[in-house]
Design a protein around this ligand. Sequence first.
Ligand code: HPA
Length: 274
Amino acid sequence: MPAFNIPAMTTAIREHTGMEPELALVLGSGLGALADELDDPVVIPTSDLPSYPQSTVEGHAGKLIFGMLEGRSVLFIQGRVHLYEGHHPRSLGVPVRLAHALGARHLILTNAAGGLNPDWKPGTLMLITDQINMAMTSPLTGPVQDGEVRFPDMSSPYDPEWTAQAERLAVNRNLQVRCGVYVWTAGPSYETPAEITFFRRIGADAVGMSTVPEAIQAAALGMKVLGISTITNLAAGLHATSLNHEEVLEVGREVRERLAAWIRALVAAPLPAV
Ligand code: HPA
């Protein structure tokens, strides 16, 4: 079981900044440039934080970026921890635990995902309304931590009020968004066409290798969560060519402006009560 020390990480952060983020946002693949939106940023490499699980994947440089956005103190997390990197399931919740320890009670999870609906073009933005855990593991594996619930309720992992508000804000800005269910796989291989057929039948709309453990961790801590997927490609078997990570990063970069404008509007709007 990995030993991570949230108080030691918090102390290390406090040597760089006293900012207490109201809201944390986890940046998905190819979305790192969103961090440029922050005013007065303070950037802390996760390698400076004792016991933070180090990320190894291209497009996921490990950094915490504190700053102001639309007058609100926010933390952008560019140091997501994935199961396929070899981390213990418990490590997947560390970024969320840390954000919570720093004061954040609202969490926006973003990701790049494969689309299971053949009508959704790459670049489609999807609000996550629910999730399916096909990696069959949990960041809560192991002893209960302070402030956590042993058996968290998962009947609405993505806050319905916040999600409805996000949808309204998108409509007001003529931004087309979809809503759907996200399924988490362990990766790192992309799915087979047979797996995609299965995921469609069980009710998923998007597939990816992140987000679900973070939403579980946030539920255990009583945080409000909003989830946004960028559909970067049609999933295996729905599209003639094979999949590659470059394509995922490229589409992530293309949606950047639309997503940044939407996130600004979300941060400027009142946050749901915790
Ligand atoms: N499958 C899994 N993860 C992904 C995909 C996909 O098709 N696209 C982006 N992340």
